[in-house]
Design a protein around this ligand. Structure first.
Ligand code: AMP
Ligand code: MG
Length: 330
């Protein structure tokens, strides 16, 4: 059944069609991607804005649609782990992580060995960020004979809050994409964890949906520049200080609600709140709700946010909140 916003978008000529996830919409998506178009796709992390990774024009459309700085590289998404072999150099550790975490929300930055990914996506780097998503359209695309890879940043205006529903995508990019596929809320609700594997050590570039402690059995010396924020320089190309930002200013570790503020709580709260990320204090639920909450509360001057524990997924949540609160002129 068409939800009211889907109907509203069908009625508005400037908006991309929104189709429910399923065989019809997947076939249409493949047709659009093959023709150099842009499709917003649900993933287990957030909604992504996909283009054929080999098509320069399509990749450049992604940068234009998002208003993304041209120095911020894109993640190549493959549909089967074995496809990594033709794109990047795979060390034994990289292979071990692929075996244990793919398909899933882990992005690996590895030495690039292909020229089949558009230069625009790689922004001149000799490395490539690569991930194999765990999501329903992948097998359908393969059955339709479309093997990727695709590049797929989050489907939001650059610097804004990431989208975890099709409605969020439509609000940000509805007039800039050719199709939005709707499969409801994303299960993780927060982006992939990004690891850069170098010769003698591994660096956590972005905390994400897989908590750092999950890597302990595989990586003994994980370095954490993504967490030493605010750093004087970005830890990786495109790791912007201000990101994931609502229009409202953001006050972190707030233990009270001031007049005119919206209060975002976590766990049992004695403070009167406007939204609670997880009344039971569950970090998995909090990560899933984070971006919806920030969008829902973005009607006030300031969003005050309760302290969030820094363990497990709390690391990724705190990373996003620090960037949401950072100076916007950076
Ligand atoms: P998103 O823009 O949400 O897709 O996030 C992609 C993240 O991956 C950004 O933080 C990029 O800077 C990072 N990234 C992509 N490619 C590379 C690369 N070759 N080296 C380091 N970071 C990368
Ligand atoms: Mg993003």
């Amino acid at each position: 059944m068409a939800t009211p916003y889907r109907q509203a978008m069908r009625d508005a000529t400037t908006f991309a069609p929104v189709m429910e996830a399923g065989p019809n919409s997947y076939a249409h998506a493949v047709e659009i991607l093959r023709g150099g178009g842009l499709v917003a796709l649900p993933t287990e992390t957030v909604y992504g804005l996909a283009a054929d990774a080999a098509n320069d024009k399509a990749v450049m459309r992604i940068y234009a649609a998002k208003g993304r700085p041209s120095h911020n590289p894109l993640i190549a998404h493959i549909f089967e782990p074995k496809d990594a072999r033709s794109l990047v150099k795979i060390s034994p550790l990289a292979q071990c992580l692929m075996d244990n975490f793919w398909p899933g929300p882990l992005t690996l930055v590895l030495p690039k060995i292909t020229d089949k990914i558009s230069g625009a996506a790689g922004v001149g780097l000799d490395t490539l960020a690569i991930r194999c998503p765990a999501t329903s359209w992948v097998s359908a695309f393969l059955e339709l004979g479309f093997h990727g890879p695709i590049v797929m940043p989050s489907a939001n205006r650059s610097g804004h809050i990431s989208p975890t529903t099709a409605r969020h995508v439509a609000d940000d990019l509805g007039d800039k994409v050719d199709l939005i596929i709707d499969s409801g809320e994303c299960p993780n609700g927060i982006e992939s964890t990004v690891l850069k594997i170098e010769d003698d050590h591994t660096v956590l570039l972005r905390p994400g949906a897989i908590p750092a402690e999950d890597f302990v059995p595989y990586i003994s010396d994980l370095r954490l520049p993504g967490i030493t924020f605010p750093a004087s320089a970005p830890a990786a190309p495109g790791m912007l200080k201000s990101h994931y930002a609502p229009k409202a200013s953001v006050r972190l570790n707030a233990l009270s609600k001031r007049p005119g503020e919206a209060y975002l709580a976590f766990g049992p709260s004695t403070i009167e709140y406007d939204y609670n990320l997880s009344p039971e204090g569950d970090l998995i639920e909090a990560a899933r709700n984070l971006y919806s909450a920030l969008r829902a509360l973005d009607k006030v001057d300031t969003i005050a946010i309760a302290p969030i524990p820094k363990k497990g997924l709390g690391e990724a949540i705190n990373d996003r909140l620090r960037r949401a609160a950072a100076d916007r002129d950076a």
